[in-house]
Ligand binder design. Structure first.
Ligand SMILES: Cc1cc2nc3c(=O)[nH]c(=O)nc-3n(C[C@H](O)[C@H](O)[C@H](O)COP(=O)(O)O)c2cc1C
Length: 348
């Protein structure tokens, strides 16, 4: 057995060479340079910045144009507006600054994230992020389509148009972070790739609001993930890896907490395992714990590198993935026997 320290953790993601497959996903961990540096020091292979949200920029731009219009109608007062406008630092400016500062502070690749809900304006921001030095872009397509007139096909077309526009506007590699709720995931994933995406990030976590029964208020509180949530990306990466081929990058996100979780997602064909909740819970030092667990598992199982493990277990072993899934479904349901070890509550 090779020693854990000699295991080669290098991987390639979106054409970028990473020293480790453990990546910090988009979120509060990377919203300041100190946080990014702490993660890089702890050993992540790359960082994804929090998303730049279209709504925030639009709200600011609307606010600014109201101010300017009001100013032009009342000329004397308008003079007062100009200094404020000159000093105006928009969300987008602050984001570009964060990107530039983070790039200066760390030596690992930095991925910028855009949360887009409409086409046009995003192309502008994608270009600005590319100019500011992003190594890649992650397009965070997060929406809850509540309009009863909007069909699934229309939702997919709109999302694909957005991916096409952004990919055509920059030469940077673009990864698309998808929700798990597309009804024909395999087909949609292939179309996202055909639209120009170099990688998929699977999956975004939707934050489900709760109700406070005393006040009858809607409670919007972020809950951190649990390890069992890994099952969804695990299944889909196993299905998609053989379908998309090795030229397309796959990142697993949702439920990666331990070294074993990283082993699992790599084994089914991920190029990287992304983490946020576990690091928020335990601090940046958790990255080195997970790395040690990964190294130890690989060494104990006679793997000398991450490359050797990657994709070793996937749906490639089954010629018909749907039949395999259906057979598994039946087997799982039939495995439930009163009184046996399956009768334990699920993980919370
Ligand atoms: C507080 C918080 C903020 C987040 N912000 C973003 C974001 O700005 N953009 C994004 O694409 N994902 C965001 N995420 C989602 C994470 O990147 C990640 O996909 C999700 O938390 C699942 O991974 P985990 O199980 O490792 O937490 C956020 C998650 C949390 C907990």
């Amino acid at each position: 057995m090779a020693g854990p320290d000699s295991v080669d953790l290098k991987t390639t993601y979106l054409g970028l060479r990473l020293s480790s497959p453990i990546v910090a996903s988009a979120g509060p961990l990377t919203r300041d340079v100190d946080g990014a540096k702490a993660l890089a020091d702890a050993g992540v292979g790359a960082l994804v910045l929090p998303s730049l949200f279209e709504e925030e920029i639009v709200a600011e731009e609307v606010g600014l144009s109201f101010a300017l219009e009001a100013g032009s109608e009342h000329f004397a007062e308008a003079l007062d507006y100009f200094p404020a406008v000159t000093n105006f630092t928009s969300t987008a400016d602050r984001y570009l600054e964060l990107l530039e500062e983070t790039k200066k502070a760390v030596e690992i690749p930095v991925v910028a994230s855009l949360n887009a809900s409409s086409g046009g304006g995003w192309v502008r921001y994608a270009k600005l992020l590319a100019e500011a030095g992003a190594d890649a872009l992650e397009l965070n397509v997060y929406r809850v389509p509540t309009d009863p007139q909007l069909t699934a096909a229309q939702v997919e077309e709109a999302d694909l148009a957005l991916v096409t526009n952004v990919c055509a506007s920059v030469s940077l590699p673009v990864a698309v972070k998808l929700s798990p709720y597309y009804s024909a995931m395999a087909s949609f994933a292939a179309r996202v790739v055909a639209a120009g995406a170099r990688g998929l990030v699977l999956f975004n976590r939707f934050y489900q609001p709760d109700l406070d029964l005393e006040t009858m208020d809607v409670i919007s509180k972020v809950e951190l993930s649990r390890t069992w949530e890994l099952r969804l990306p695990l299944r889909w990466i196993a299905i998609l890896r053989p379908q998309l081929g090795t030229g397309i990058s796959l990142a697993a996100t949702s439920g990666v907490h331990t070294g074993s979780d990283v082993v699992k997602v790599l084994a089914v064909g991920s190029d990287v395992a992304m983490m946020t909740s576990a690091i928020l819970q335990s601090g940046p030092g958790h990255v080195s714990v997970v790395e040690s667990e990964l190294r130890l598992w690989l060494a104990e199982h006679d793997y000398t590198s991450v490359a050797q493990l990657r994709g070793s277990v996937s749906q490639a072993t089954s010629l018909d993935a749907s039949a395999f899934e259906r057979a598994n479904y039946l087997k799982t349901l039939h495995s439930w026997t009163t009184g046996d070890q399956h009768l334990v509550p699920g993980p919370d």
